[in-house]
Design a protein around this ligand. Structure first.
Ligand code: ADP
Length: 447
């Protein structure tokens, strides 16, 4: 096992990794930016190194400075957390070249699953359900038109190197498909330096259901069941829960096993998430694979008892997964609400500034993951998430009631947060009955 690791991240995920490392009796080094000087989580690290100014491009994205910090402090491995450099295969490669273990997949596995065309090919071979569409890159426009005729409109043209919703175009007929292909190609070249695009069926009114998976370097892979992340705003998840409600257990298990098969095929080590859209017939279609730990990983931890971050450190050190699939049982139902410093009444305007009141909920089945406290000043440079509230109950009904109670106990001020929005959603019949799709929150907010 490692004796010291460096955490190339900040905020709640840096704190989560510090806790997992401490549980494994590993020392931690935290890099930080000038905007995070004196931040609460840094006090729990064994060593800290300032790597630059507040903007991420001058600090948390500076590969050279992060590697120097690791070398200076004799850290044997780097945990990238999520965001920043977590899905940067070049960073994983530099770590390897410098003989520092990257806590995550190999650069090869990351690249194979990060490129959407190669990921989809691999998924087909692994038996993971994918959208009908072109087999690979669109070479000729005619090819796209033929495929759209076969699968039917609407279709979506997507960049193979895509991310952050860029390089995607929906087409409802041949005319719009012609412009969609060209536009998506141009945007893909401009944004990613790679113009490869492909076409697939566009699914309307879907639910977002994803599968948490874990792999090791010995060819083992397991799934931790699924999560529903249908409650989103502008592709940003607001609420996540697991297991995804209202899905036939045999369908659920087949899809979850196919996700594990995919990462086994990719020779993947560490935590990953295979994302799907699901229609109202419980048919699943893979969207993409996230090759990192995700914000909503605690949902899966609460329903299985598996410590995902700890496992990802263990497998990076070369150990085998400490869980076999048959030992991973569903222990209840968990829900997570992302608490963002944003004003839901003012177009979700970010609310940097001083937190004066920070009162947390508690009791059975309540977990808070947060890096802030009273007296903390939220810097304007980063993501607005200031905490995650997670509850677990024996079933969905109990979890919803627990979440309502926990939300009403939680007091944050004077800055505005998303707590009132979560209270509204937790009481809404669409959420309570799980009769929702990925646009339901936006529709509600429009009214
Ligand atoms: P990115 O990597 O840019 O986030 P994704 O492949 O995850 O791209 O897609 C982003 C979002 O676009 C999805 O969450 C979904 O809402 C929508 N989307 C992508 N592909 C489809 C599809 N085939 N049908 C319907 N919606 C889609």
């Amino acid at each position: 096992m490692f004796s010291r690791i460096l955490i190339a991240n900040r905020g709640e995920i840096a704190l989560r990794i510090i806790r997992a490392a401490r549980a494994l009796e590993i020392e931690t080094v935290c890099v930080y930016s000038e905007a995070d000087r004196g931040a609460p989580w840094l006090q729990l690290a064994d060593k800290t190194v300032c790597i630059g100014k507040g903007p991420s491009a001058d600090s948390y994205l500076r590969i050279d400075r992060i590697i120097s910090a690791a070398e200076m402090t004799d850290a044997e491995a780097i945990h990238p957390g999520y965001g920043f450099l977590a899905e940067n295969a070049h960073f994983a490669e530099v770590c390897r070249d410098c003989h520092i273990e990257f806590i995550g997949p190999s650069p090869e596995a990351m690249a194979k699953l990060g490129d959407k065309i190669s990921c989809k090919r691999l998924a087909r071979e692994a038996g993971t359900p994918v959208f009908p569409g072109t087999d690979g890159e669109i070479e000729e426009l005619e090819e796209a038109i033929e495929m759209a005729d076969i699968i039917g409109y609407p279709v979506i043209v997507k960049a193979s190197a895509g991310g952050g919703g860029k390089g995607m175009r929906v087409a409802h007929n041949v005319a719009s498909l012609r412009t969609a292909v060209t536009a998506a190609q141009q945007e893909a070249v401009a944004s990613f330096g790679n113009g490869a695009v492909y076409l697939e069926k566009f699914l309307e009114n879907a639910r977002h259901v994803e599968v948490q998976v874990l792999g090791d370097k010995h060819g083992n892979a397991v799934h931790l069941y699924n999560r529903d992340c249908t409650s989103q705003r502008r592709h940003q998840k607001l609420i996540e829960e697991g297991p995804a409600p209202g899905i036939d257990p045999s369908i659920r298990d087949t899809v979850c096993e196919s996700a594990a098969a995919l990462i086994r095929k990719a020779e993947y080590s560490g935590a990953a998430t295979v994302e799907f859209l699901m229609n109202d017939k419980q048919e699943f279609f893979m969207l993409e694979v996230n090759t990192r730990v995700q914000v909503e990983h605690p949902v899966s931890e609460m329903i299985t008892g598996v410590d995902i971050v700890k496992e990802s450190i263990r497998v990076a050190a070369g150990e085998e997964l400490s869980w076999k699939q048959q030992d991973i049982r569903l222990l209840g139902h968990a829900i997570e609400c992302r608490i963002n410093a944003e004003d839901p009444d003012n177009n979700f305007m970010p609310q940097p500034g001083l937190i004066e009141t920070w009162q947390l909920p508690g009791g059975p089945g309540v977990r808070v993951e947060s890096h802030v406290r009273a007296g903390y000043r939220i810097p304007p440079n980063y993501d607005s998430m200031i905490g995650k509230l997670i509850v677990v109950g024996r079933d969905r009904e109990e979890a919803i009631v627990r979440m309502r109670c926990a939300l009403s106990e939680m007091k944050v001020g004077p800055i505005a947060t998303t707590i009132p929005l979560h209270q509204r959603l937790m009481n809404h019949h669409a959420f309570v009955s799980a009769a929702f799709d990925i646009h339901w929150v936006e529709r509600l907010l429009e009214n």
